[in-house]
Design a protein around this ligand. Structure first.
Ligand code: C2E
Ligand code: CA
Ligand code: CA
Length: 525
């Protein structure tokens, strides 16, 4: 078509000239003209004729050149347009298609899908832990990796599978084919195998992996929703351990909708101050007397009822609300504790996210000053993963807490890396043995041995040990025989609201249980 358009003028001119020639021949035009010029000698028509002959030779040559120039300009314009279209639909770094192309193509595929009975699919992939490489090794290295990843993705795409870079370390593949549903998992596997390998540099190498989400189009969904679904499936793959793929389905959609609702309720609950501290008694195992409480967050929602902390604490951490939430709880707990006996301590849980905040010690000190609770009545419980990443700054924070008399417990001991290195480098005062070991001490000799070893270790390091999750008398007796100092669990009391603690204290501090003196120390040699 474009060739016809390009030569249209020449064709029209040739056709007109040919028709003119036929007419001239038909009517003997030359003879007529000759007769006419002879009859009108004084008009000098023969000179005009010579001029026309000369012009008819020069004109086609001029027209030819003009036409050639025009065609060259037209071609240049076309190349420039093609280039502009290419740039606007491709990613400059990797040469893959870009986000704009994906959405344009998806819109067309979705339009066709209903009439053709096809179901386009989108595969979305995100590199795992790309940011640290970019930060530590520089953007040039990051760019190099992104280019190699793009090549590898492209190399495993078949016909009708178009690779796209969405931005950053996020890529996608559009499966523009009738068998998209069947072919998506095998393509996802090929991508994982191609991307999750080593990347070599002069003198060093690194491994990369990616997580992949797959979403298949369903009636009534638009391109943006389809890509969002693939993104959500990709996050599911990340949550399930990375370097794998996951499908988006209705169940996941429903779960995400519920999470989004929970999230917005949580935001409102922090504003409304719906979080309360509950207090679980901690006892001295040897005497059975109360020594303090662990502060446990409770969300008593007017619409949802009692939401367990295992649900809302991780969510609050994810959405950056753990700070406001836990300061609410700490403040209320400190206020409650100031009205109790001076020797009763409260142990407050700090989440790893909070602990990475350099100002944490100052924030806690400010709450102590506001509420009037002396530092020696507060303990802070942290898990090993809060300190493992940056031991030096953890040490500094712990020392700042120590300076005002706050004691530090290493919580859930035995469940993390439990490295002796962590223990010896940081100034802990207490160890809390995780309840998963305590619940098995009477059934599993292995767990009993671990608990025995932890108590021995703590004693050699001059640390106080608290066993949490004591539910059975046998467990208590076992711990008592090991000389484990402190205990906490449903066997004594569950976490309770402030009013109930007040009532318990008003009735006088009797030992919560009578120690079994018949049990002798047998666990430790
Ligand atoms: P954790 O720090 O290990 O707290 C002990 C958990 O064990 C509490 O669960 C407590 O109710 C439960 N527990 C106590 N005695 C027993 C027992 O005899 N048997 C059993 N099976 N469980 C017992 P809870 O209150 O549901 O808290 C769960 C986790 O949520 C806590 O584990 C802690 O990691 C987190 N958490 C709770 N409150 C806070 C908070 O204010 N801040 C932060 N960052 N985390 C909190
Ligand atoms: Ca705890
Ligand atoms: Ca614990």
């Amino acid at each position: 078509m474009s060739i016809v358009r390009e030569y249209a003028t020449s064709i029209i001119v040739t056709v007109i000239s040919f028709i003119f020639f036929i007419i001239c021949v038909q009517f003997e035009a030359f003879e007529l003209f000759y007769e006419f010029s002879r009859d009108h000698e004084d008009w000098d028509l023969d000179e005009f004729f010579s001029f026309f002959v000369a012009a008819s030779v020069a004109l086609p040559i001029l027209m030819f050149q003009w036409n050639r120039r025009l065609r060259a300009a037209y071609r240049q314009k076309e190349v420039a347009e093609q280039h502009a279209t290419h740039i606007s639909r491709h990613d400059a770094l990797t040469g893959l298609y870009n986000r704009r192309y994906l959405f344009e193509k998806l819109a067309r595929r979705i339009e066709d899908a209903t009439s053709e009975g096809t179901r386009p699919a989108v595969i979305l992939l995100d590199l795992d832990r790309f940011k640290p490489i970019n930060d530590l090794r520089g953007h040039e290295t990051g760019d190099f990796i992104l280019q190699r990843v793009a090549e590898r993705i492209k190399s495993v795409c078949y016909e009708g599978q178009e690779a796209v870079r969405l931005g950053g370390d996020e890529f996608a593949v559009l499966l523009d084919e009738t068998q998209a549903v069947e072919n998506a998992p095998s393509l996802a596997r090929r991508i994982l195998a191609a991307v999750n390998t080593k990347y070599e540099f002069p003198g060093w190498s690194t491994s990369m992996s990616c997580s992949v989400g797959i979403a298949v189009w369903t009636e009534g969904t638009d391109g943006a929703q389809l890509v969002k679904s693939a993104d959500q499936a990709m996050y599911k793959a990340k949550r399930e351990g990375r370097a794998r793929f996951a499908f988006f389905n209705e169940e996941l959609g429903e779960k995400l909708r519920e999470e989004a609702e929970l999230e917005s309720d949580l935001v409102a609950a922090v504003d409304a101050g719906e979080f309360q501290p509950y207090f679980q008694p901690i006892l001295c195992i040897a005497s059975g007397s109360l020594i303090g409480f662990e502060v446990l967050a409770r969300w008593i929602s007017p619409t949802r009822g009692n939401v367990p902390p295992d649900v809302f604490i991780p969510l609050a951490e994810d959405i950056g609300l753990i700070g406001p939430l836990s300061w609410q709880i700490l403040r209320n707990a400190c206020i409650a504790a100031t009205s109790w006996d001076d020797d009763l301590t409260i142990a407050f849980n700090l989440s790893p996210r909070q602990f990475s905040d350099r100002k944490i010690a100052r924030k806690i000190q400010r709450i102590l000053a506001e509420t009037g609770l002396p530092g020696h009545r507060l303990e802070v419980e942290i898990t090993e993963n809060a300190v493992i990443e940056d031991i030096e700054s953890a040490k500094q924070t712990l020392e700042e807490l120590h300076d005002v008399g706050i004691r530090i417990s290493l919580d859930d001991f035995g469940t993390g890396f439990s490295s002796l290195a962590t223990l010896s480098k940081l100034p802990f005062d207490k160890l809390k043995i995780d309840k998963s070991f305590i619940s098995r001490v009477t059934m599993q000799p292995q767990s009993a041995k671990i608990v025995e070893a932890i108590v021995a270790l703590a004693s050699s390091l001059d640390l106080t040990v608290t066993a949490e999750g004591i539910e059975e008398l046998d467990e208590l007796n076992f711990l008592s025989a090991l000389n484990c100092q402190h205990g906490q669990g449903y066997l004594f009391e569950p976490p309770m609201p402030r009013d109930k603690v007040n009532l318990m204290l008003e009735n006088g501090r009797k030992p919560v249980f009578q120690p079994d003196t018949s049990v002798t120390s047998g666990g430790l040699n």
